[in-house]
Design a protein around this ligand. Structure first.
Ligand code: SAH
Ligand code: SF4
Length: 387
């Protein structure tokens, strides 16, 4: 691995210490509720919400004094009740290839990772987490070895975007040539086990008066929680990605236990029924290349048959190893011939470039140590109790 990776462990923003209510990350309705609570005249709440929302999400302000269209006495009142602090960034790593990984402490013992991946073109995607850990246990995935700590709230999902925007210096939203243009729910966790919060977070992330990221630029990736696929599409208007990884039930159930609950036939039907599916809004199927497991020509043939009639492309992901993993990545030659076969059948089949591997930020490598922290906290508490 390269030695030029920049490791920056210094918190960029100090941990919030106040007990004030945190506004950053909240949606419009919650902000309105808070304003009512502190006694803002009900008929003015809508207008004030609009102003504050715009300051937080368009300008990224960090102090109420920056809200210049709000009179000083009200700013003082807001300051007394609320804070615009961000959560603590426990660790920030920058890869030699420009990928940035953030470990964010949302609350004591709850740490999440998000990864910013700049593209060679003008775009860049932020890979966000929807849960801390995951209840599913896909055998090739590091997150799958971490038990679920909890679902993230909508606010905590939005905060991941805010932190990346802060770090990239991309305020205001109207700034031209922003690099953070897309959001992918491909971090820790299964977004379709947390659909309400994913949906609510997108209302804020996609709001044109706020963070302003278009719904077409959002991709939600699922391991295949069939009953949630259609409703999520209708609720969010997001692009769908399916972690497929195998085209027959026997193999898929072995490497992705969720397949036992929702087998391929049901999964593919949910894909065919995905709201808004068309040639310009294709589904992405992700397929991790595991040497000797799912990478043979007959696997490619099965895959092609399975995809028949679905507007889609296939992203081939070279397996990213993690400590203790049982798999090996397929040889590049094997991946290329697999890709050629899928391409020849009429499906775009790019091989995903592995990014951020020197900072352990590649697909499937995320695993916070929230679990360990909790265990050590428990030990400390036990010791205190003993004394
Ligand atoms: N839980 C959702 C969202 C996570 S997305 C899902 O499974 O779709 C993370 C993507 O990386 C998924 O496609 C996942 O299957 C893939 N992945 C997991 N572990 C990986 C690994 N070690 N190497 C490459 N890709 C991996
Ligand atoms: Fe969970 Fe997705 Fe990893 Fe499977 S691949 S364990 S669903 S995060």
């Amino acid at each position: 691995m390269s030695t030029t990776t920049l490791i920056d462990n210094a918190p960029i923003i100090a941990a919030p210490t106040s007990t004030k209510v945190h506004l950053v990350g909240m949606g419009r309705d919650d902000i309105s509720e808070e304003l009512l609570r502190i006694g803002i005249e009900p008929k003015k709440v809508r207008m004030r919400t609009k102003q504050i929302f715009h300051w937080i999400y368009n300008y990224g302000v960090t102090s109420f004094d920056q809200m210049t269209n709000i009179a000083k006495p009200l700013r003082v009142k807001l300051e007394a009740a609320f804070t615009l602090d961000r959560p603590e960034i426990v660790e920030r790593l920058i890869s030699v290839d420009g990928t940035r990984k953030y470990l964010i402490r949302m609350s004591p013992g709850v740490e999440v990772e998000s990864v910013f991946i700049p593209d060679v073109s003008k775009t860049g995607a932020l890979c966000v987490s929807s849960q801390v850990g995951c209840t599913l246990t896909c055998t090739f995935c590091h997150t799958g070895t971490q038990r679920l700590v909890r679902n993230l709230t909508a606010r905590e999902i939005v905060l991941q975007v805010i932190i990346a925007r802060d770090d990239l210096g991309e305020w205001p939203t109207t700034q031209e040539n922003r690099k953070l243009t897309n959001i992918v729910f491909m971090g820790m966790g299964e977004p379709l086990y947390n659909t309400d919060m994913v949906g609510d977070s997108l209302d804020t992330i996609c709001d044109p008066e706020g963070l302003g990221i278009g719904r077409r630029r959002i991709t939600v990736s699922t391991s295949g929680v069939v009953p949630e696929i259609g409703p999520m599409g209708a609720r969010t208007g997001a692009q769908l990605a399916i972690s497929l990884h195998a085209a027959n039930d026997e193999l898929r159930s072995q490497i992705m236990p969720i397949n036992k609950k929702y087998p391929l036939k049901e999964l593919m039907q949910a894909c065919r029924d995905y709201p808004g599916l068309s040639n310009s809004r294709r589904i992405t199927f992700e397929y991790v290349m595991l040497k000797g497991v799912n990478d043979q020509p007959w696997h490619a043939k099965q895959l092609i048959k399975l995809l028949r009639g679905i507007p889609c492309k296939v992203n081939l992901i070279p397996f990213n190893p993690w400590p203790g993993s049982d798999y090996v990545c397929s040889d590049m030659e094997t991946i290329k011939s697999f890709s050629d076969m899928v391409n020849a059948a009429g499906y775009a089949s790019p091989i995903r470039k592995t990014r951020g591997q020197d900072i352990f930020a590649a697909c499937g490598q995320l695993k916070s140590d929230s679990e360990k922290k909790r265990a050590s906290t428990l030990r400390k508490e036990a010791k205190l109790a003993e004394n």
